[in-house]
Write a new protein. Structure first.
Length: 276
């Protein structure tokens, strides 16, 4: 369990702090179509800053890759966005003006932010179809789902999603029998059943075969046409295949952002990754 962290007092002092960071701060510029806005977000664990004045913008219907060495703060960043960890200070806004710091984890999920942890967590003893049925029921719960009948439209939606991830033929088989990659696709599909606006995935291709990894890049491109997607990943070939804007985190702050080539040629990034 994480230690409890205090809620920020009010937005005012944080702005002062963000401004005080001066020229070195990477304060984001607002464009008007951002789905996620972080400014000056700081999280300390016993005095150690896991996030240090983190500022970041993600546009609606965009695919964004987040990379950074171990301990850079990537998971902590997701914890803050999903309400699992409250920052010491900073702003975290969703869809322009929704202050995520005012909501808990369950409320944030309902607001439209879906998160996938690294390990697949599907209902192994249920069929692939039932997994999506359960996910669709969401807050109405398992009992509702198992004892109520889906209407035709809901069935079609599930089938369309299964087709999109190539699992239509497995729909009546147990989820437990799927390959690791297929389970990850099933879980991504389960998140989509709840119609999130923002999807966050922590290392989705870890442990996947090369062809599963390629397929996942295509899938995320497809999903990003209608959702904002943030992917934290270590696999650089996969990040290149995502062909999207890349944000590099180091010691709790953004040190570079741009396309893969720009980021790979960035002095600071080379320094951090090669330890020079
Ligand atoms: P990443 O996901 O980029 O590898 P994390 O966000 O997991 O990085 O961790 C960032 C830093 O914060 C690490 O140094 C980690 O040890 C530290 N950290 C994360 N969670 C906690 C915690 N609950 N208590 C103490 N330190 C933590
Ligand atoms: Mg992590």
């Amino acid at each position: 369990m994480r230690p409890p962290v205090t809620m920020p007092m009010s937005p005012q002092p944080q702005e002062t702090i963000a401004n005080a960071a001066g020229a070195t701060s990477m304060a984001p510029l607002l464009t008007g179509d951002e789905i996620l806005y972080l400014d000056g977000v700081t999280v300390s664990f016993d005095g150690f800053r896991a996030l240090n004045e983190l500022s970041l913008i993600v546009e609606a219907d965009a695919l964004r890759a987040m990379i950074g060495p171990n301990g850079a703060g990537k998971t902590t960043m997701m914890d803050v966005i999903t309400g699992k960890t409250k920052p010491d200070r900073g702003e975290v806004k969703f869809r322009g003006n929704v202050d995520l710091l005012r909501y808990d984890e369950a409320q944030i999920a309902l607001l439209g932010i879906g998160r996938k942890f690294q390990k697949p967590s599907v209902f192994e003893g249920h069929s692939v179809f039932e997994n999506l049925e359960l996910a669709m029921a969401g807050s109405r719960g398992v009992w509702y789902s198992l004892f109520s009948r889906l209407n035709g439209e809901q069935r079609d939606r599930i089938d369309a999603q299964l087709e999109a991830v190539g699992l239509l033929d497995q729909r009546h088989g147990n989820a437990g029998a799927l390959s690791h990659g297929q389970k990850q696709w099933l879980e991504i599909s389960m998140l989509l059943m709840q119609e999130p606006e923002l999807l966050m995935l922590d290392e989705p291709v870890a442990g996947m075969t090369d062809s599963e990894t390629e397929r996942t890049a295509e899938l995320l491109h497809e999903i990003a046409k209608t959702h904002a997607v943030i992917v934290v990943e270590h696999d650089m070939e996969f990040v290149r295949a995502l062909d999207c804007r890349v944000t590099v985190l180091h010691e709790g702050s953004v040190i570079a952002e741009g396309d893969m080539d720009a980021v790979q040629n960035n002095e600071r990034v080379i320094e951090v990754y090669l330890g020079r």
